[in-house]
Ligand binder design. Structure first.
Ligand code: NDP
Length: 484
């Protein structure tokens, strides 16, 4: 039987999503006290499309005075918002959820334009999940005392929330929805390269009639984030981002009364046993590392394959990689979009070089790459071991490091040999193996025979250098409450 040629015999006609329905301004101001206001810094920076590096819009850069104004607005709003009946708070949050759904198509296109992720992912995952988070926490707003029986839950006050660029609207929803459902008010800073959907969310929040100051959105770079962290009138810092910045934040708030949750980096182990359904596992490997160009904190960036099936799995994986379509994020056929920024591409390329210099055997699928924009083909490394830099450090790109193992104890030891502890995946037909691994892997989330599955009802978070605290589910509510 002739081999299936996935590269030349399967041609796809371009299927770009239309952009004529989206509304974007050329300049975005800060969202403070229910209004869009000019930054006191008078400074703006460009947000660009990583697939072309063309400028999309100008974004305001908030300084210390702007952050202070936002915190004052949040503090003032807290007085009445925290006293409002839970069912009334819930109504606003339901309204925001419905408005995101109504404008889902526009949000998906903007998310892909600003961040580089394939429209298939922003349309089917990011935006629906963001709406689901608002729906889910809206439902809890009037049931907090049932969520935590025999306790009297009270909101913490003003939450400072800082988010990264890989899931911009979704991260905003993870942060804002539980906080305001519990009666807190917030000052949120999106990432510098992907502020647009948070600002579009601000438009929805304004239109929803949410009382002024309950949600404030201040844009800017890392120093804007630091102003939030160091503001004396913030009660809680909720941060998602790199382990390095997480450590800086922890130092800054040490000795203060500020509470914190830190959702940091990861180096997830994806483990394939010889009794696994191999084709499904190969699909799972692809989803674990190439979803969102590998810009995923819980990406399965370390693959462990049982030795007896390694050759078959690697062959099938290479075949599958050759069929992945890399290109225009707005094309509905695209599997792998653009790398979020020139800086991140430089970081990924640095790690690819280190991987080769340290003796790793590289394989990259052959695909044509546009001259404009930031791109990295799906990449895997063989011949690597535990001490290799690309096995130990988070790359945050489409780069997979593959190792083999013989026994279950060996793979547990290897998988846990990392400073991180965020996620893992296990592929096997044996329930007993799944239970053993979920018990013994130091990871906040362990998926069995699947990977990268998210749901607002289930908690997410890490151990060790992946941070502490949980988002999602009841755990996500608890992080925004105190109990008297
Ligand atoms: P960064 O830590 O660089 O940035 C995260 C956010 O913090 C951004 O908004 C950033 O602003 C801001 N920031 C930067 N410096 C400071 C500072 N000194 N004080 C306060 N805020 C600051 O992470 P990335 O944006 O590069 O995101 C990638 C990282 O996020 C990866 O390590 C990934 O694993 C992690 N992540 C973790 C998740 C989890 O749930 N555990 C989920 C998603 C990502 P600016 O954008 O201007 O730099």
């Amino acid at each position: 039987m002739s081999k299936l040629d996935l590269i030349s015999s399967w041609e796809f006609t371009d299927a770009p999503e239309s952009t004529n329905h989206i509304k974007l301004k050329t300049r975005y101001d800060l969202f403070i006290d229910g209004e869009f206001v000019t930054p006191q810094s008078r400074k703006y920076f460009d947000t660009t499309n990583p697939a072309t590096n063309e400028v999309i819009a100008e974004i305001a850069s908030a300084n210390k005075k702007d952050v202070d104004k936002a915190v004052k607005s949040a503090r003032k709003a807290f007085k009445s918002w925290s006293k409002l009946a839970g069912k009334e708070r819930g109504k606003y949050i339901f309204r925001i959820a419905r408005m995101i759904q109504e404008r889902a198509r526009e949000f998906a296109v903007i998310e892909s334009m600003d961040g580089g992720k394939p429209i298939r992912e922003s349309r089917d995952i990011d935006i629906p999940l963001a709406a689901n988070h608002f729906f889910y926490y809206a439902g809890w707003a009037d049931k907090l005392e049932y969520a935590f029986p025999n306790k009297t839950p009270k909101p913490l006050g003003v939450a400072g929330q800082i988010i990264p660029w890989n899931f911009p609207l979704l991260m905003a929803a993870w942060k804002i929805a539980p906080a305001i459902a519990c009666g807190n008010t917030v000052v949120l800073k999106p990432a510098e390269t992907t502020s647009l959907t948070a600002l579009k969310l601000a438009e929805i929040i304004q239109e929803s009639g949410l009382p002024k100051g309950v949600v404030n959105i201040v844009t800017g770079a890392g120093n804007t984030g630091a102003e939030i962290v160091n503001h004396p009138d913030i009660d809680k810092i909720a941060f998602t981002g790199s382990t390095n910045v997480g450590k800086l934040i922890q130092k800054s708030i040490a000795g203060t009364k500020k509470k914190s949750t830190l959702e940091l980096g990861g180096k997830g182990a994806n483990i394939i046993f010889e009794d696994a359904a191999i084709d499904q596992a190969v699909e799972g490997i692809v989803n674990a590392i190439f979803f969102n160009q590998g810009h995923v904190c819980c990406a399965g960036s370390r693959l462990f394959v049982q030795e007896s099936i390694a050759e078959t799995v690697i062959k099938k994986l290479k075949d599958r990689m050759s069929s992945l379509i890399i290109g225009n994020p707005l094309d509905k056929n695209t599997d792998i979009g653009a790398i979020n920024s020139k800086e991140q591409l430089a970081t990924i390329n640095k790690y690819i070089k280190i991987g080769q210099e340290e003796g790793g055997e590289i394989y990259q699928s052959k695909c044509s790459i546009s001259k404009k924009g930031n791109w990295c083909p799906p990449t895997l490394f063989l011949n690597v071991s535990q001490s290799h830099t690309i096995v130990q450090e988070e790359i945050f790109g489409p780069v997979l490091a593959i190792q083999t193992f013989r026994t279950i104890d060996e793979v547990i030891e290897k998988a846990n040999n990392t400073p991180f502890g965020l996620s893992a995946g296990v592929w096997t037909e044996k329930g007993s193996k799944i239970f053993k691994l979920t018990q013994e892997l130091n990871a906040g989330v362990v998926w069995a025979n699947t990977y990268n599955k998210f749901d607002p009802t289930s908690p997410f978070g890490g151990f060790k250098e992946s941070g502490f605290g949980r988002e999602g589910g009841l755990h996500g509510l608890k992080a925004y409450l105190k109990f008297e």
